[in-house]
Design a protein around this ligand. Structure first.
Ligand SMILES: *Cc1c(COP(=O)(O)O)cnc(C)c1O
Length: 499
């Protein structure tokens, strides 16, 4: 299995090269040349395996240049109970109507980003070794709140790496900010940006692909990589939990092997739902992929009209990790849907960069809507969903998962679809305590994050994640805020390279 770039189909690299580089030099994203298949017999065999063993099977199909031992080293380092608070790694709830919730937030930072970022450092360092690369790897991260902390936790004090995280100063929850500002480790840096997530992501992409900066790094024995979902090493681990969840449901008797399930994903950068698309195209019986957005509904509009238009107001919402107008991983989907037409991708994404807008052909639109359903809800509906779900089932949703639940409920109300459904739950409600409490019992005046966490424990009955409780006693290490134009200088200074 080799990897191409979405903007250059003639490129042909191993997964180890794709993971080490993070993004292709042409600005495109690395993508497997084909989608490997999983048979029903293989799926059945997964039922009796642990999460780690299931991951070994899935990775074995995508990372064919890794040995079985290398893959096992990576999965055993990541998917264990030192890092996750459940042996199952991802927890599947019982049924709420026809839907079940796949809790992807049992890792150290309480968001689904841990599912990939606990293993990415292993995949990356193993890739470097395989490539005979001895440069120090500088990982630049743009985050809407959750990736940053998960990447910092994954990479802290990993030898041969240095990590820098940029987040929108006013675009993250207070708990998210505190998680990042108190990060420990000798090789970490955290910086707030006077801008939104798209500014962070654009800035990072520009630094990555600037040949002059790259040269400066090389002259100092360093190279860039990415821990964002533009890195294939982020995507592959996310495919695992959809394959695993299907096997788990069948094992538990919730479905028969072969029965179709739908998947609902609260979406921002389109990484998580793209992983579900891969699982479907590997042969996991998945029907509709339901793409749930908050009021920044650029994806809902795209699925509906075939026009991707980022020229619109940007809203800060109660589901901040989805406050995104440029969904990077859509590029991978469109590459697949066009049959690998790199010229078409260059055209569309050139237009996106230049005019903020592109329109796909009717043929692509038809392909898109045969798999994907789009939907969105606003903050008021998100909060009402949290309150209603709590009242009906006693289960406390976080703000992002609530968006998915609301879009799912709208979908079944409209279609009457009774298909068994997996709703991806992307964060612990504790990460967004203030908004969740506001939803359930009204605004909490004058209380800090920790008082909110204590109150949410009483209201939800869920155990407080020890990693969040421990933040209270940790000193703030990072409080710098910079302009978006100053990102490159910040990076070079931090690395001890003059500008
Ligand atoms: C990152 C994130 C999302 C969006 O996921 P994408 O893969 O970027 O679409 C949704 N919810 C939470 C809590 C997140 O952290």
């Amino acid at each position: 299995m080799n990897y191409k770039s979405t903007r250059d189909s003639s490129l042909n690299v191993t997964s180890a090269v794709a993971i080490a580089q993070g993004i292709s030099a042409d600005g495109g994203l690395f993508i497997p040349e084909s989608i490997p298949q999983i048979t029903m017999d293989e799926l059945k065999a997964l039922a009796d395996m642990s999460y780690r063993e299931r991951a070994n099977v899935v990775f074995g199909k995508f990372l064919t240049d890794f040995t079985a031992e290398e893959i096992a080293y990576c999965t055993s380092g990541a998917y264990n109970t030192n890092n996750f608070d459940t042996e199952n790694i991802a927890e599947l709830t019982g049924a709420f109507g026809d839907a079940q919730i796949l809790e992807l937030w049992h890792g150290p930072t309480c968001a689904f980003k841990d599912m990939a970022l606990q293993i990415l450092p292993y995949l990356l360092t193993t890739s470097l070794k395989k490539n005979g690369e001895d440069k120090k790897v500088v990982i630049l991260v743009a985050t809407s709140g959750d990736t940053g902390k998960a990447a910092l936790e994954g990479f802290k004090d990993v030898p041969g790496t240095e990590i820098m995280v940029f987040y929108p100063d006013h675009g993250v929850s207070s708990m998210q900010k505190r998680q990042m500002a108190t990060q420990e480790g000798a090789n970490v840096g955290v910086c707030a940006l006077d801008g939104n997530f798209d500014d962070c992501q654009n800035g990072v992409k520009m630094i990555f692909t600037d040949p002059a900066v790259k040269e400066k790094l090389a002259a100092n024995g360093m190279m860039f990589s990415s821990a964002n979902s533009i890195n294939w090493g982020r995507l592959a681990p996310q495919i695992v939990y959809y394959v695993s969840a299907y096997a788990e449901m069948a094992k538990r008797g919730d479905i028969q092997f072969g029965e179709t399930v739908n998947v609902v994903v609260p979406t921002g950068n389109f990484g998580n739902i793209l992983a579900a698309y891969y699982a479907k195209n590997m042969g996991v019986p998945i029907g509709k992929l339901i793409c749930a957005s908050n009021i920044n509904k650029v994806l809902t509009d795209f699925i509906e009209t075939g026009v991707y238009d980022r020229n619109r107001d940007f809203y800060a919402t109660v589901s901040p990790s989805m406050d995104i107008l440029i969904s990077s991983n859509l590029e991978r989907l469109l590459y697949i849907l066009t049959g690998g037409d790199d010229a078409q991708i260059r055209d569309w994404f050139g237009k996106l960069a230049k005019d903020g807008k592109y329109e796909v052909t009717d043929e692509i639109k038809a392909k898109l809507t045969s798999d994907f359903v789009g939907g969105f809800c606003d903050d008021a509906e998100t909060k009402k969903t949290i309150a209603d779900f709590k009242a009906k089932y006693g289960y406390t949703l976080d703000t992002h998962t609530a968006v998915a639940v609301k879009v799912y409920l709208d979908y079944i109300a409209k279609t009457g679809d009774k298909t068994r459904t997996i709703i991806a739950s992307t964060a612990s409600p504790y990460k967004f305590s203030a908004s969740v409490l506001d939803a359930i019992e009204g605004v909490q005046e004058g209380t800090d994050e920790y008082a909110q966490v204590a109150r949410l424990a009483e209201v939800s009955g869920l155990p407080v994640p020890p990693s969040l409780a421990a933040l209270k006693d940790k000193p703030v290490r990072f409080s710098e805020v910079i302009a978006k134009e100053a990102m490159e200088a910040y990076v070079l200074k931090k690395l001890g390279i003059e500008g």
